[in-house]
Design a protein around this ligand. Structure first.
Ligand code: NAD
Length: 219
């Protein structure tokens, strides 16, 4: 009895250390476009830590070889490859199941959302054209701002290419929802929905016990 317990514990430990045990999960390729940026790099790290990812493609117009080398040193399942520049975009996307797009510029002081739109719209359009060509069935997560404009751009590109599937295109608004929870509803822990511009997120007060609302402004 004791021997069999020891054997099973040692097998369990061996399994935990052996990342190839994750290969029982299906093969999943994730591509990050804009992987060398402020959002792209920590995102690459998170994807590398995810045991469901078997292949991680890091694409940017600059600096991806170094980022890919660093991320690849983490001893988890995903095989990491870096791709840089237009010529390598197709290879980065080929066979991807999930494409995450934080490519573009963030808003700088003095920039309006319209200024941001003018730059990022072109970037997103180009990247989505390549997605339609190289991995038309992939799920696409749009992070590049303004998300409520870049998602419709992606949708139009996919419609034109005949690859549009509304169930496969997502705008990422997690940051705004989390911010809203922290700044506005943090103390009350009210659920928040929506996101991606100051007037779009919405605290759901009706999901919160009325008695605890005393003292909170619901304007
Ligand atoms: N949706 C959200 O919740 C959310 C949260 C944070 C940031 N963002 C947005 O994400 C975007 C990126 O933010 P950041 O802080 O990482 O900016 P960043 O400038 O640090 O990084 C952007 C990266 O995109 C790359 N890039 C530019 N053009 C490209 C192209 N054609 N193909 C591939 N890569 C390209 C740049 O080289 C750079 O590495 C911004 O638009 C920002 O507003 C969205």
């Amino acid at each position: 009895m004791r021997m069999s317990l020891l054997r099973s514990a040692s097998q369990h430990l061996r399994r935990r250390r052996d990342y190839s045990s994750a290969s029982a999960s299906p093969e999943r390729k994730v591509a990050i476009l804009g992987a060398a940026g402020g959002i792209g790099q920590p995102l690459a790290l998170l994807m590398k830590l995810n045991p469901l990812v078997s292949s991680l493609s890091l694409y940017d117009i600059a600096a991806t070889p170094g980022v890919a080398a660093d991320v690849s040193h983490i001893n988890t399942r995903a095989l990491v490859k870096g791709f840089v520049g237009d010529d390598q975009l197709g290879e980065a996307l080929e066979g991807a199941d999930l494409v995450i797009i934080p490519a573009g510029v963030p808003r700088k002081p003095g920039m309006t959302r319209d200024d941001l739109f003018k730059i990022n719209a072109g970037i997103v359009k180009g990247l989505c054209t390549a997605i339609a060509r190289h991995c038309p069935n992939a799920l696409v997560n749009m992070i590049s701002n303004p998300v409520n404009s870049t998602v419709p751009i992606a949708a139009e590109v996919f419609k034109k290419a005949g690859t549009y599937d509304e169930k496969k295109l997502f705008g990422v608004t997690t940051l705004d929802v989390v911010r809203a929870k922290t700044f506005y509803a943090g103390k009350a822990n009210v659920p928040v929905t929506g996101g991606e511009c100051s007037c779009c997120w919405w605290p759901c007060w009706n999901h919160y016990p009325a008695t605890v609302l005393t003292g909170y402004s619901c304007k």
